[in-house]
Design a protein around this ligand. Sequence first.
Ligand code: GLN
Length: 308
Amino acid sequence: TAGISAVSEKTLSTILEKNRAFYTQGKVADYIPELGKMDAKAIAFSVVEKNGKVLNVGDVQKKFTMQSISKIIALMIAVNEKGEANVFEKMGYFGTDKPFNHFSNLETTGKPLNPMMNAGAILTTSLISGDGEKPFQKILDMVRYITKNQTIDYSKSVYESEKSTGHRNRGMFYLMKNNGLITGNEDQLDNYFRQCSIEVTAEDLAKIGYFFANECVRFDGDSQYKNTEVAQLIESQMLTAGMYEFSGEYTRTVGLPSKSGVGGGITVSVPGKMGIGVFSPALDQHGNSAAGYHMILDFVKQYHLSLF
Ligand code: GLN
């Protein structure tokens, strides 16, 4: 656009430095004990431009767990296998004013609100076909494909930590089993814990954002999963529920489909254009990266990227 300078690592670096101190306003998640060991000061900011060019600043090598960002990958796979109607027969398209680990509406309508909160995400993963670890393997393979990064794996220590303390998620799992939505055994819940433990960098997240921003076409142009409908579905879920109970205000201030995780990452899709990935592990009261949010906000304002 006329009057707006091109995105460069220099502009990203300026934005990163301006917002670095925001980590002091947040807190590293420790309800999963292993996550509490993260370095609160780590920070990274990546952008994949329309032409697939990657820009990286900050702690670009730093790996962190995807956590809830994995939910968009699981949703893509479940919808590709079962069809959107069959997946959303079991859960809603609702936004929410509740935190990510809330039980609504399992005790009233019996169904999760959406596939972005834990209940709906656990159910979504249970809908992916295959025994044992197979559904998780599909999620991992898809993350490796989208990022073109075969070195990606999951953290066994974060997985074990979450499995041994995730009783609230286990409660949701059994309530959905009671409601007839989940038919398998606890292997399915383990797959959810494993997918949350997949380790990525901010660059990987930017590539995931790019993929959904561009009709499921990879940053290097590979179009084997190209699917406009699926990309629209994922982006609409990210917009309405990707930042949990902060999604409405976030849509007002940032105005882009985004998905956060309690590992401190946020992936952003700028529809038809670019992908953004940020990382800073100190979280605000909604469970979203504090510095990450502010970096996105400044970047989006500077380049007029809001959908609105
Ligand atoms: N693994 C986390 C949990 O289930 C994911 C939550 C999140 O990233 N918001 O609690």
